[in-house]
Design a protein around this ligand. Structure first.
Ligand code: AMP
Ligand code: MG
Length: 348
């Protein structure tokens, strides 16, 4: 289905434009049935009023998102959950108290007010209070829960700046709130509270260990390989630029990774390919045709810069993008989850 082109307004705080004014204008747009992209501490979200079926349908269309992949509902504070929940499950309040506002999404039983399109017909709804000042001001002014997936074209790298949003969706949505680069840069942890054992459906900004320490019970991690994925979004191609990504899973020392990278780059170039490298700045001089640094290569720096780097290298006319992986622990597990999905080839 086609989406009509229109002007996309960009509102950036400062230069005489107060946060309150931006929040009010964005709230008016969302209540009028428009789509509003807004910054969060994880990635930029593309918002629609959860009670407005037309807007929610338009959101799926604009993103090209499969309609069986449900949306995360963003609320201004924990009280907002009452508007979409059928009941509040165990651990919800403890987790909300400890991690909200923040990068933890909680899956809870939904009520009948929420449009079926938001939850893809599931009996549950995913909710989160984002930690970004502009997001919270906007959600507070809107007064309705806002369904918001990442504000990018489905399948590609998530957006961590307003420029990324405009590159993907400019001319197709009403408004972008520009809050600069996202502080965390990788999506929230999704935790299902409707099962007997709380289960992580998607690793993210909050580590499993921190959740266990908070509620004092074992937390399960759903395998993405399950035939019927617990989190419907897990079965789709995701986060991938157009240029094929080759992910190197770490196995030994840093010196080993350096040698493997050198070999891959050399082989690619010998085969006549233009090779890009996304990694710690210590790998800057390995002979790639293009390089995008991820700081000193910590999980925090990977999370913050990875999507920007994938997007930047995707415009550099390359035949492949090589990415050295991280150990899958803590935030590194979330980073590797995204990189595995983005990868056309995984080298162990
Ligand atoms: P995105 O907004 O694109 O970052 O993706 C949101 C993620 O949350 C996807 O993996 C969805 O499948 C997942 N999700 C949203 N709502 C639910 C739900 N009710 N039950 C399970 N997973 C959900
Ligand atoms: Mg997404």
């Amino acid at each position: 289905m086609s989406v009509h082109r229109r002007d996309t307004r960009v509102l950036r705080p400062g230069h005489g434009l107060p946060v309150k004014t931006i929040a009010r204008e964005a709230a008016e747009a969302i209540l009028a049935g428009e789509l509003v992209a807004f910054p969060t501490e994880t990635v930029y979200g593309l918002g629609a009023n959860v009670f407005d079926r037309r807007a929610v349908n338009m959101l799926f269309r604009v993103k090209g998102r499969p309609t069986d992949n449900p949306l995360i509902v963003h609320i201004a504070d924990v009280g907002g959950a009452e508007l979409v929940a059928q009941r509040i499950p165990p651990y919800f309040e403890t987790l909300a108290e400890r991690f909200w506002p923040g990068p933890l999404t909680l899956v809870i039983p939904r009520n009948a007010m929420v449009d079926d399109a938001v939850t893809a017909g599931l009996p549950t709804v995913a909710v989160r209070v984002p930690a970004h000042e502009l997001a919270r001001a906007f959600l507070g002014a809107a007064g309705v829960p806002v369904a918001a997936p990442s504000a990018n074209v489905a399948g590609g790298p998530s957006p961590t700046t307003a420029e990324h949003v405009l590159a993907d969706l400019g001319g197709r949505i009403a408004l972008v709130i520009d809050g600069g680069p996202c502080r965390i840069g990788i999506e929230s942890t999704v935790l299902d509270l409707t099962r007997r054992t709380p289960t992580i459906l998607r690793p993210g900004g909050v580590a499993a260990q921190d959740i266990e320490d908070t509620i004092g019970v074992h937390v399960a991690v759903a395998s993405g390989a399950a035939r019927r994925p617990a989190s419907p979004g897990m079965k789709y191609r995701h986060y991938a630029p157009t240029t094929p990504v080759v992910l190197l899973v770490p196995r030994g020392s840093g010196a080993d990774m350096m040698r493997r990278l050198q070999r891959l780059i050399r082989n690619g170039r010998t085969a006549g390919m233009r090779v890009g490298l996304l990694g710690a700045r210590e790998f800057a001089d390995l002979g790639a045709d293009a390089f995008h640094p991820l700081g000193s290569g910590t999980p925090v720096e990977y999370a913050r810069e990875m999507y920007n780097g994938l997007r930047a290298l995707d415009t550099a006319g390359l035949d492949m993008i090589i990415v050295p992986g991280l150990p899958s622990v803590g935030l590194g597990a979330a980073v590797m989850n995204r990189l595995r999905k983005a990868a056309a080839r995984i080298v162990r």
